[in-house]
Ligand binder design. Structure first.
Ligand SMILES: [Zn+2]
Length: 311
């Protein structure tokens, strides 16, 4: 049987929120089978649980934000996507995330610090079948037209692949690889994807700062690009770090479904908003998906029973 996974022990981290600039403490704890990933705002009295779910997503403008029932006026946790990406990369199904502010710390701007934390705590197999969200029918969402067109789609596939293409009107970004395809069954998440950092253009950063956003952002946790070049002294971690970060984000945004997809995901210039719209479109059509598990590991797609062998 392909089994559910949680942590073996408790681990925690302290950092700042990239948008709020607030100092925040995060504690990751093992959770029983069928719990899913549940954020708990321990700074509120009484504490508020926010289970991760497609319909819990309440804001997607700068980052992916969840609230109970998706209520934008409710208690929230923002910027969950890099932590969720690490959870997906390690195949984690069940986890409690205690947090004492409304934003997940950005740490180094990638998922690598979360992968390190989760692997240090250890991954435990649980005695219950792991669930997969199997796509049975192609679903596509689009936004804008002409130069502003972006789209994302899910197609049936016995496995889980993500293909992303970016197109930025910026010579420094355009000089790097604009398209990447990643196979979640390859076991290469940690090496190929996890270290890709978030990025921002200097012009956008000035504008966002004036609106009280990206207050915690710096060259310690983001790639900063001006009109012509990468400003970080050490340059890029991957030649195609920008598009790889978009894949990292998409893996995290898709993991709000609470289980890995069995699908081929493709996006052209998409982002958090389109990713959530895509999952909502999938779940809106009962014929487009089913939830499956594998009693026989040999029936699971290659790489899934033994995903993330590094623990
Ligand atoms: Zn990101």
């Amino acid at each position: 049987m392909v089994k559910q996974r949680t942590l073996k022990s408790i681990t925690s981290a302290v950092g700042v929120g990239i948008h709020s600039g607030q100092k925040v403490e995060l504690t990751l704890r093992p959770a029983p089978v069928d719990t899913g990933i549940v954020f708990r705002r321990v700074d509120l009295c009484p504490p508020v649980d926010i289970p991760v779910g497609v319909m819990s997503v309440s804001d997607t403008r700068m980052a992916t934000t969840i609230s109970p029932g998706g209520d934008p006026g409710g208690p929230k946790v923002q910027t969950i996507e890099h932590l969720l990406s690490a959870c997906a990369g390690l195949g984690l199904d069940n986890l409690y995330v205690d947090i004492n502010a409304d934003e997940v710390p950005v740490l180094d701007g990638s998922a690598a610090s979360f992968v390190f934390l989760l692997q240090s705590a250890g991954i435990a197999l649980q005695d219950a079948p792991k669930r997969f969200l199997k796509v049975k029918k192609s679903v596509e969402v689009r936004q804008g037209e002409g130069k502003k067109l972006m789209w994302a789609k899910l197609e049936p596939h016995h496995g889980y692949t993500l293909s992303f293409e970016i197109e930025f009107d910026n010579p420094a970004v355009a000089a790097t690889g604009s398209r990447f395809v990643f196979d979640m069954g390859s076991g290469a998440y940690k090496k190929e994807i996890a270290r890709a950092r978030t990025f921002g253009m200097t012009a956008d950063i000035d504008l966002m700062r004036s609106r009280g956003l990206t207050l915690g952002g710096s060259m310690d946790n983001a790639i900063v690009v001006d009109d012509y070049k990468v400003l970080n002294a050490d340059g890029l971690r991957y030649d195609d770090e920008f598009v790889k970060h978009k894949i990292l984000d998409a893996i995290g945004d898709m993991h709000v479904a609470g289980m890995p997809l069995l699908a081929a995901y493709t996006s052209f210039k998409g982002g958090h908003a389109l990713n959530n719209k895509l999952l909502r479109a999938l779940l809106a059509d009962p014929e487009a998906y089913e939830i499956v598990s594998f009693d026989d590991e040999r029936a699971a797609p290659k790489g899934f029973a033994e995903l993330a062998p590094a623990w």
